[in-house]
Ligand binder design. Structure first.
Ligand code: FNR
Length: 192
């Protein structure tokens, strides 16, 4: 079998009991062996300031190194005020500097949004995609993943309860594994 792809999983919420983190953990548990997924933490990244890049904070260097070692990026995020949570946008900005093209360049990605409410974080999902277009990250188109009423997906231990929800997440991560492999084949210069 080919080597597993390293997948950086970014969680857009810093909250301890975050539903987005639960969704991320569920996706990681359901991932096929062709993916090696791990959560790359973003909560310790100082706010991006170009001046600081003269001597980058250690957390920025750690984050950039982890993204540099990744073959793909999975983003799981809530929606804040119909857009991207600041912590996630900051992580995207930190990873986008100082090199050009940046460490994000060419990495296949998928965006999964989740909300306790009915709209499933659609606004955040598409605002993240706007940044990924600029960063030249091919984003999986289907299945789209806007998870509404996310609280109903989990029991008290953070396990996915409903089989429908589990099947949906399995479909997302399985499609992503194929998508990430396809894009990486192209990046290696091989015919997929
Ligand atoms: C929210 N929330 C929210 N939900 C939503 O569906 N659309 C929105 O625009 C917003 N806006 C918003 C702003 C701010 C500042 C907060 C703190 C919250 C509610 C949000 O979806 C809810 O708190 C989630 O549980 C947050 O995700 P995690 O932390 O559970 O992953």
């Amino acid at each position: 079998m080919e080597n597993a792809l390293n997948v950086a999983v970014l969680v857009g919420s810093l909250r301890e009991a975050s539903y987005s983190r639960k969704v991320a953990r569920a996706l990681i548990a359901l991932a096929p062996q062709t993916l090696n997924c791990r959560i790359v933490e973003i909560g310790d990244l100082p706010l991006y300031n170009e001046d600081l890049d003269a001597t980058p904070p250690a957390a920025w260097t750690r984050f950039r190194t982890e993204i540099g070692a990744s073959d793909a990026v999975l983003i799981v995020t809530p929606e804040y005020n119909r857009s991207v949570p600041g912590a996630l946008k900051n992580a995207i900005d930190v990873g986008s500097r100082p090199d050009y093209p940046s460490g994000w360049d060419g990495l296949p990605a998928a965006v999964i949004s989740a909300s306790p409410y009915k709209l499933g974080g659609f606004g955040a999902n598409h605002h993240v995609r706007q940044s990924l277009v600029f960063l030249n990250m091919p984003v999986m188109q289907q299945p789209e993943a806007y998870i509404p009423e996310v609280a109903s997906l989990f029991d008290d231990d953070g396990q996915v309860t409903a089989s429908q929800g589990r099947d949906f997440l399995l479909g997302v991560i399985t499609a992503f594994a194929q998508w990430a492999r396809l894009i990486n084949s192209g990046r290696d210069g091989k015919v997929p």
